[in-house]
Write a protein that binds this ligand. Sequence first.
Ligand SMILES: Cc1ncc(COP(=O)(O)O)c(C=O)c1O
Length: 348
Amino acid sequence: MDVRRSLSNHAGSRRSPHEILRRLADRVTPDTTTDEPVRELEERVATLLGKPRALFFPSGTMAQQTALRVHAERTGRHAFAGHPQSHLHVWENQGYSAVHGLRFHPVGDRNALLTRDDLAAVGEPLAAVVIELPQRDIGGLLPTFEDLAAQTKWARENGAAAHCDGARLWEAQTGYDATLPEIASLFDTVYVSLYKGLEGVRGAVLAGDAETIAHAEVWRRRLGGAIVDAWPLAVIALMGMDENLPRMREFKAHAQAIARAINEDGFAHTTPEVPSTPLFHVHLPMSREEAQQAARNLAEDTGNKLFLYARSNPDPRRCSFEVSVGISALEFTPREVAELVRGLPKRI
Ligand SMILES: Cc1ncc(COP(=O)(O)O)c(C=O)c1O
């Protein structure tokens, strides 16, 4: 299938080995060493987030499980709280339990944002509270800064660490008046992804105080994550920082324009109605199977890929899909997206 354009920032065209090698070749010079790009990346993330230290990990899955393990060992507690649709719980085969012997305490409504009151009802000692910014699986909803501060304050007052699943923190920041260091200062540890809004190849960085990160480094080695020669991942992520970070507000504005066009059209609708970040969900009056078939046919016929996969709904006649606006999605006008979405039923 020859996909020319994609509404996702995981667009295959920007991820093809040829394209990645071409971009790497633009940046790597005869003086580039094997360890310097990773060091530069770690220092840059630490500075951007205003944290004393940051450490590269091959994946966010490993970075977050490590952070929780470290918080558990420090506090002597084994439970952590988070949103019922936390990535850690839904998408990682419960690695926190299988690998680290930790317990997840889901908090609050699965279709709404976590609140401070939800946390106050937990009732067991917690090693950490995990807050995902934005909450991806409910459409990229974002708590207000005040709510966020109240939740992390509650965590600390109750002896738990506050950990940020900031896979899309660069994107989430566009929903606040606060700066990245102001947001990060609410948390003890912050994980950021190198391949979502930054459109790198893979990889993650965990930031925190020097002692926590030194402890995390031990676990990274134990888990097989202390890979030397991670430089290609670091170089491509540094390029993403140069090129994509300054454009996050542009991505968000385009996401809002696409959502507006879809909502005005009336066939489908978005959550949130006005996206707070470049990520949002589109809800379709079609079954998941129909939507996936239609999207496959659309991609085959026109080279336009609307989504990676459709999400099921308790009502089997409906489904939804995620849009994450990055450089790829800028190639679509909002009206065009609304028309492509409306045209899906005709492509089954
Ligand atoms: C919110 C969130 N957290 C964590 C992760 C895990 O990242 P990785 O794929 O690097 O393991 C993802 C990946 O999609 C994510 O969306």
